[in-house]
Design a protein around this ligand. Structure first.
Ligand SMILES: *[C@@H]1O[C@H](CO)[C@@H](O)[C@H](O)[C@H]1NC(C)=O
Ligand SMILES: *[C@@H]1O[C@H](CO)[C@@H](O)[C@H](O)[C@H]1NC(C)=O
Ligand SMILES: *[C@@H]1O[C@H](CO)[C@@H](O)[C@H](O)[C@H]1NC(C)=O
Length: 318
């Protein structure tokens, strides 16, 4: 009995392994548009796909970052400056892409641009803190997708969105997890919508990685800033000790464990773009696979217990 089960599992993995290693043909004629190429995953992915012969159209927020990227890549790679919160910029970038891809359409769209924003108890924050994060991570992504979708459909291509383990488990306050839950929420509807057109969609869920977003100094500074401007009653309820423990948790236990091998994420992205049978979800990083995603499947009450062990207690807690 057990032997059959093991054999069956083995067979399943063998078939999956075989299916997953089939690569689409003519990669050198395929265009991929990536947002957020100034640093981090976007930057590495742009160089990686360029090296593997694909035609990369890389969007960076600043011209300086675009210049640096061009200097590190082949002549095939082209750049455009784009702030995903600006409608005019998105329209212009779409026109720019259209001129390049012509009748072939756009094979891949990678929605990678994102910011972290202040991550602190929700009560310390203002509406604007949420707006800033959602504008880039969610609304920017939606507008870029809507604008480029006709070109992707033409190529029967792929949409790859970068979500996060934060899109499955919301442990800290702030706009980040909300934006990533939003990205996840769109996925099922878009996937079904686009299936009849042969367009495949994939989500990447990385754990904590060392990128510009997880820059320790800035993450801590942002928490300190929202604390400093929080109303006196909030400061009284939470207390300076809470702030100190919270900063310590971030600086000693969370940020130093960030994975430095960004290839673990860009390899998932490349698979989503080049495999004949891409997955719908990719988790990247051991923390995502072994910690955050398993936790996210646990019953809520158990998750609460785990999270409350980790987070400090407010001074005026009952
Ligand atoms: C990607 O993000 C866009 C914008 O949020 C959304 O419309 C789309 O459904 C998402 N696709 C996937 C696969 O997550
Ligand atoms: C890093 O992030 C900060 C804040 O989001 C931003 O101002 C800066 O331009 C980013 N740097 C790069 C290289 O993307
Ligand atoms: C980084 O990750 C890639 C992909 O998972 C792996 O092939 C490579 O060996 C890793 N590099 C290091 C230095 O761990």
């Amino acid at each position: 009995m057990w032997l059959y089960l093991v054999a069956l599992m083995g067979l399943y993995y063998l078939v999956r392994w075989y299916r997953e290693r089939q690569v689409v043909s003519h990669l050198q004629d395929k265009y991929v548009f990536i947002t957020g190429c100034g640093s981090g995953f976007g930057n590495l992915l742009a160089r990686q796909l360029d090296m593997h012969g694909m035609r990369v159209l890389a969007a960076c927020r600043t011209e300086k970052a675009a210049e640096q990227l061009r200097a590190q890549a082949s002549d095939r790679l082209e750049t455009v400056t784009l702030d995903v919160t600006k409608t005019d910029g998105i329209t212009a970038a779409t026109q720019w892409v259209k001129e390049r891809v012509g009748d072939r359409g756009l094979w891949g769209l990678v929605n990678n641009a994102g910011i972290y924003g202040p991550s602190a108890p929700n009560e310390w924050l203002t509406k604007q803190d949420f707006v800033t994060t959602l504008d880039v991570n969610l609304l920017g992504m939606i507008e870029v997708t809507l604008s480029l979708l006709p070109l992707v459909r033409k190529a029967r291509g792929r949409v790859v969105n970068v979500s996060s383990v934060g899109g499955r488990l919301s442990a800290a306050g702030g706009g980040y997890s909300i934006s990533k839950y939003g990205v996840e929420a769109f996925s099922d509807s878009l996937r079904r919508e686009l299936a009849p057109f042969g367009v495949k969609v994939a989500i990447i869920e990385p754990g904590f990685f060392k990128t510009n977003m997880s820059n320790t100094e800035r993450v801590l500074l942002q928490v300190q800033e929202v604390w400093d401007r929080a109303p006196p009653e909030i400061k009284e309820i939470y207390g300076e000790k809470y702030l100190a423990s919270y900063l310590k948790l971030l600086s000693e236990h969370i940020l130093p464990t960030c994975n430095e091998n960004l290839s673990e994420v860009t390899d998932c992205m490349e698979h989503a773009l080049t495999a004949c049978h891409p997955r719908t979800r990719y988790s990247a990083g051991w923390d995502a696979k072994l910690l955050y995603l398993p936790i996210s499947y646990m019953p809520t009450s158990l998750v609460e217990t785990v999270v409350s062990w980790v987070l400090p207690r407010p001074a005026k807690a009952l």
